[in-house]
Each structure stands twice: as C-alpha cells, then as structure tokens.
Write a new protein. Sequence first.
Length: 589
Amino acid sequence: MFRQTEPPVRLMTRKRKTIESTPLITDFFSTVKRERSQIQTKQTVSQKLDGILQTMFETSRCNFISESLEDTPIPPQPDYDCGPAFSLEALRTLLQVPLKPSLNAIPDKNAPVGLENMPKNVYSYIFTVLDMRSVSTLSLVSTKMSSRVRGYVSTYEFYRRMQLDHLDFLNESFRPDDDEFLENDPFIACGALIKSITITLSTETRAKVFLNICRNLRNQLGGSLQGFGRMLETVTENWKFEERRIMIKAAILIDLDLRRALIKVLTAGAGHFVGLEMKVRSGLTQLFLTNDQDVNEMTPKEVIDFGAWLSILLRNVVEKHQGRLYYILFGPARSSKKGEFVDWSYFCEEDRTNISQFKNEPNYKKFLTALLNGVRALRVMNNSKSTDNYWTGRKVYHMFLRVIEACEERGNWSELASSMALSIDPSGLFSEYLVTCLDARRSDYTRYMVEAAEMVCLVRIHLYRWSSTPATFLAEPLHHAFGHLAQQDGHYDGSYKQFLELIWRAQKLRLKGLVKSAKNTIQSSDLIREELDGQLSMTRLMCEFGNTMALNQQGLQLPQVLDANRDNFPIIDADPHPLEEDEQLDEIH
C-alpha cells in the first residue's frame, strides 16, 4: 500500500510550489508551503515509514498485572492497555469509515460530483495541500464533509503529512512565547482536528480515537511525548472535569512503558528506581503539565488550569501514593555520574556542619517554592469554585503531609525546611497547620500548642527576611487560629489567652537565647537586630489579639457593674401632665 501511495504524494509535493497547480479551493483556505528537497523528504520521511510499516499490525498484549490506581469511582471504561499498540483498521472502525475504501471510486454514484462527492485520492490531495486548521474547518461544514475528513485521518497520508508539518515547525525554531508558535504548532492544529471530527461521539469513543491517533503519531515521530500535552489541552478545552479524567486515563497509555513505570515507582520505595522516576516525571510533565509552573508568574486562569490538571492526575492515584507522585513531579533533582535523579533526602535533617553550598537557605527557598507551586494552585482552584471542589484546605494540607511522609524513608524533614514551607504558603498550609495543632481533642494538646507558638516565631523570621512586613502575611492565619480557639472554648480566658502568652514567651526565649550565645561578631549582631525588628513588626498585630481579649472581659463585667451601681443613680419622676409641643415652644419664647 505504501508503494501505491508514494508517487502521488511525491508528485503533489513538487506541484504545490507552483501557482498553476494550486486548486481553486485554496483561494478560500490556507495552504501548506514546504521548502525541502526531494532527497531530504525521502530520507527523513519515506525511509522511516518503511520501517514503521513492517510492524504496523503487530499487537502487544498487556501481561503486566497491577492493582487499580483509581481512588474515586468513575464510569466503567474499556481497558485501552490490552489491544493493538496502533491500528488504522481500529481507527476506521471508531470513526465509522469504510475499512477498504477504493481510491478512485466516488462515494455516492447517484449524486453529482462536487466538493462532498469526490474520489478518495482527490480528497487526500486536497487535504494534504490545505493546512490543518482549514481541514478542521471543512470537517464542521457538514456530516458528509466530516466523513471525508475522517477517512483522510485514518490513512497513512495524514501521518506522513503530520511528520512533514512537524519538521517544518522544528526548522522554523519558534519560541513558545511567540504569537506564531500557537498558529504554526502542528500538535495544536491536530488537537483541533481530532476535536472537530469526534464532536458527535461519546467521551469514551473520543478517548479511544485520541489514543489511537497519538500512538500512531508517537511511533511516526520517533517515540517522544513532546507536544502531545498541547494536543491534549486543545482537545479537552472547555470540557467538564469528569470528561478530562477519562482523557487522562487514555493519554497515560500513549506510552505503555510510562504506565508500567508509574506503577513501579509508586509501589516501590523512594529512590528505588532512579531512572524510572525521572521517566515518569518527564512523561507526565510533557503530557499534562506543559505550561509554566511558577504560580507567581501566572494569571489567575492559568493557575486554575494548572491546579485542575494536577488535581485530575493526583485523583487517579490512591491517597497513600499521592504524596510520592507529587514529590516525583515537583521535588528537587540532582545530577550525578549515573545521570539525573530525584533527591528524596534534600530537605531531611543532617549534620549542619557538613551542609554543602547546594543546601544553603536561598536554595532551600528556591526548591521549596517549586515544590509548593502545585499545592498553591490546588488551593486557588478550590477557592475559585470553577472546576474541582474536591480539594478543601484540609485535604491539601493532608496531601502535603503525605509528601513529607514519602521523604521520611530517607529521614525526617528538618526544622528549616518545615518552617520555610509554611512561610511560603501562610494563608494555606500555615493556617491549616495552626488549626490542626490547636485541636483540643489531642491527647498531647499542650505540647502541640507550644510547638505552634514556636513555629509562629520561625515563620515570622522567614517572612521578615523576605519582605520585612511579616504581619501582612501572618494576619490571616493568626486570626483564623485565634478565632478557632475562641469558638472552641466559647470564651477568651482559656486556650485563646494561653496561646497568646505562649507566643510572647517564645519570642522572649528566642531573643534571650540569641543574646546568651552571641559573640563579638557582625553575624551575631545582625541576628539579634533581625529578631528585634521582626518582633517589633508584629507588635501591633499581637496587641490586637490582646485588646480583643481585654474588651471581651470588660463586656462580660459591664452588666454586673451596672446592676451593682443601679441604686446610686438618681431616679427622676416623669411629669404627670406633659405640655404639648406648641405649648413648649411658647414657653421657650
């Protein structure tokens, strides 16, 4: 079949460079312009297709038996993992296209020849000349035209053309932030085409079509997943959350080795499969987390989209493995002689005298910020109430605890890493941390209250170093914590007062310890000055909580004082014959 279709394609590649050979339809649609020699085309495309066609109909059955990684029930779906790795016959069946269409036969012999009724080879020629966006537009014109485009997508000419578009795109060297990048990206155009030809199909069928096309393209383009994430985003744009979950299940199966690697690294110990962990990070990032992951540099909509994709990915994994998967995706990585690997022990405790330059405080902040971008995106997404409402503040905090638990196989997190992580997300993680520690139902409630007061001081000093105004960031979590204590006891004289006194005491002990261990050095002087300035910046906020407690006590005592002093007030008898308003005015005059 390949040798039958090769000469017409080579001929149309030569002819499309001349104006005389351009069909009339191109007066209304954009065409593809290629500048490549016949030798280059043959070497980069035709020879590769010969090798691929030798294994086109080989089937690969899944012998890898594993436990399900689903944590919430979704509608039953077919197991995409069992079946042909890629098959155009299966694609034609899904798209309801004839399995063996004739190249020269007219689809409807009783109808006149026209745009919707031409031989298959003519459609193949026209669709190959037009750019991908124009083909997507034609598929939405009518049902017949959509059927013709489906037939084109289920042929080798489409994948050959897709590879040519990809080569042209790479040769142009577009930057991701350029406007022309989105206009010329063949993966975005292919995603729009898949979306248009499957618009009338069910979500499960669309997922099968997407998986089949992506498997073909992946083998055609060399086995890389680069670009398929942009295709997935285009296909699922404006889709519901549950529909996206079905597409993610299919997208993970584009590379069967990726799913097997994912199961292995989640069920094994941290760092047990070093190479597979990096493969999982690379594959999942290329498929689902393609955009910039810096929450501070994103627009609110981009943050919500980032959180939505991350939520879908995490919720397809049972809760006990979510922390490990999250750290594989966002944890720090280091290079060694054997290659790059996920550093599970970076934030763990160790001898401070042996800490390398790689583990200084600025690097801690850098890697923790990158680690917590996903946590902050989940919180923003949940607050927006626009996509997934699963992630409450408590669930996000528990997921962060599972991240720490996944690292504890290599050691406990250091105090510096823990306090700095809470400082990066004070409105989210730190607020939930305080409420969790200040739960009166704990058996060791007093110890956790002391620990929370000390953590307030540690977080305050980090925020002072970064912004010099820690009260701005600590106002919300502290108001939340003190409000929780007042509601828990029903008054301000119990835990509310005790926690406030513990914070003052912790600040006093910190300053006393710095003065006691101070040496006649500039560093000691700077630490003492930093602590004093940090405490001074928090004075007004801490006094607000003290004033609230004092005003409440005065409010409780005021009725008792009024009752005790009621007899001391003179009683004025009312006039039994009050004057009318006009008579009062006359008296005044």
